[in-house]
Design a protein around this ligand. Structure first.
Ligand SMILES: *[C@@H]1O[C@H](CO)[C@@H](O)[C@H](O)[C@H]1NC(C)=O
Ligand SMILES: *[C@@H]1O[C@H](CO)[C@@H](O)[C@H](O)[C@H]1NC(C)=O
Length: 501
């Protein structure tokens, strides 16, 4: 008899999280001067009610920007009824819940249903900037220091500011919140597990991804996790062909195609970027006429806001900007990922379909194939999966001439640091015959249940399994053969083989 993950166990886990939350929360009145403006930190965004939803530790903890005395007034880091900077960092900041286009009713298992199998694709936890981004910031800081200018106005904080890493070996690695978010990530995934045999789970071969998987394992499986789990590290090497978690590294044409491949992300970003940074440049120049910043440098300052926040809990760089300027930054980051690896590149769905197909096959096999499948990757691997799944689809490609305010594609909510998408295989009793059961697939993106636009007739807007299987197969025909489209030989692997218990 396969293990059935009951909704009761989930309720107990959710209860534990709420308790934790309550503990963090009650400490708030001790610090009245820092609390007043965020008594209800998520209202306006979420109509958030803590008792019904899981919670990310950092939201209620001392190191969260909301608990800082800084960021008052109208500047970008001030949290108000309808503004929270964490939703505008384009993936460079702490984990946040998905709140747009989510199914009402929370993540609880629909009545009459059990969760039989769970698949998760997760981004690594909060990290320091990648090399390129770190260098951009280091160069900016160096140029500013060497100018000998004493900065005035909004920029005056810089005179005493220090970089948020002291050792370059930290670049690209997890910040100190890694273990914490791993544990809570495990909690909020909210599932019980089978201990009948070793659980295998997967990480692409990159230190921060492996570390995240280990933290998650420790949090989810407990102190004996090494004894009951096996973390399989999957090479990111281009020779892996289709047998990979990181198809963006193995699909040669995607890497080489300057027009429509990987590089188009930055091309489109640059197109858009000049439309929103001009006024900022003027303002900074007005305050410090002796120092002229380039667009690239101003963009680096906006990047620094998110990254410094994940290390120090807050960042002066955020307050250098208005909210509108961060709405621009958010969109710039959306454009980058949309055209680099998402629906905006003809390769997006092709890359993402590999994992989707393998996962769909496991759901067809059902619980006898195992109950838990956790894969840890990069955001550049999540965007293709979302594209293949066709779950966040804009009717038209995102424009680079202006911000498409009504777009659905919002990276901040899909792949923030630690962002995770979970597929639940549900078994639900039929209304007309409670003895009979039927299978459904429900998608949870960062604790926001998200309906497939064309398949949501099941309980809690889930998709009947057979329809899900049909749409995955149809997508497979649309995207075509991986080896052929990627310019790989017949000797390359043609599908994922490692994803099994
Ligand atoms: C893991 O297994 C080893 C060897 O069986 C055992 O000695 C150890 O106590 C186990 N660790 C935990 C935390 O269960
Ligand atoms: C997709 O799944 C089918 C089984 O339904 C399998 O035969 C095929 O190899 C898979 N292809 C890829 C590229 O994953």
């Amino acid at each position: 008899m396969p293990p059935i993950i009951s909704s009761r166990v989930i309720a107990i886990i959710a209860g534990t999280v709420v308790l934790l939350f309550a503990l963090l929360w009650t400490s708030c009145p001790n610090c009245p001067s820092t609390c007043s403006s965020f008594d209800d930190p998520h209202s306006g965004y979420l109509q958030y009610t803590s008792a019904e939803r899981p919670h990310q530790a950092s939201w209620g903890s001392w190191h969260h920007p909301k608990h800082s005395k800084h960021g008052v007034g109208q500047r970008a880091s001030a949290v108000t009824q309808n503004w929270n900077i964490l939703y505008h960092l384009g993936g460079n900041g702490p984990w946040v819940e998905k709140v747009d286009d989510v199914v009402e009713g929370g993540i609880g298992v629909p009545e009459g249903c059990n969760v039989e199998q769970v698949h998760m694709m997760s981004r690594h936890a909060e990290r320091y900037p990648t090399r390129k981004v770190a260098l951009r910031l280091q160069n900016l800081v160096k140029r500013m220091r060497e100018s000998g200018v004493t900065f005035k106005g909004d920029m005056s904080f810089f005179n005493d500011w220090e970089l948020f890493w002291s050792d370059d070996s930290l670049i690209e690695q997890l910040t100190s919140t890694g273990p914490f978010s791993g544990t809570l990530g495990a909690f909020t995934t909210g599932q019980a597990l089978s201990r009948h045999r070793k659980i295998r789970y997967w990480a692409s071969d990159c230190q921060r991804v492996i570390d995240t998987a280990r933290h998650f394992g420790a949090g989810f499986f407990g102190l004996g996790s090494q004894n009951i789990t096996e973390l399989e590290v999957i090479s990111e090497d281009s020779s892996m062909g289709a047998n990979t978690l990181t198809p963006g590294d193995t699909c040669l044409t995607y890497v080489e195609d300057k027009e429509e491949g990987h590089d188009n992300g930055y091309t489109m970003l640059f197109k858009f970027r000049s439309t929103y940074l001009g006024a900022t440049r003027e303002r900074l120049l007005g305050q410090n006429p002796e120092f002229e910043f380039t667009e690239d440098e101003i963009y680096a300052m906006q990047e620094a806001c998110g990254f410094e926040t994940t290390v120090r809990g807050r960042s002066h760089w955020c307050d250098l900007f208005t909210r509108e300027e961060f709405v621009g930054f958010e969109y710039a980051r959306d454009i980058l990922h949309y055209y680099r690896a998402g629906p905006g590149t003809p390769y997006g769905a092709l890359l993402g379909w590999l994992w989707l197909n393998a996962t769909t096959n496991l759901m067809v096999e059902g619980p006898s194939a195992g109950s838990l499948f956790f894969s840890f990757v990069h955001d550049g691997d999540i965007a293709p999966m979302i594209a293949a799944l066709d779950i966040i689809t804009d009717a038209e490609h995102l424009p680079t001439t202006h911000i498409a305010h009504t777009r659905k594609w919002k990276k901040s909510q899909v792949s923030p640091m630690g962002g995770r998408t979970t597929f639940e295989l549900l078994s639900c009793e039929l209304k007309e015959d409670s003895e009979a059961r039927r299978n459904y697939v429900r998608i949870n993106i960062n604790d926001g249940i998200t309906a497939l636009p064309d398949c949501a007739s099941g309980p809690g807007s889930s998709c009947p399994l057979e329809q899900f299987v049909a749409r995955t197969a149809k997508k497979g025909q649309e995207v075509g053969d991986f080896r052929q489209r990627c310019g790989l030989g017949d000797d390359a692997a043609d599908h994922i083989t490692f994803l099994h218990q």
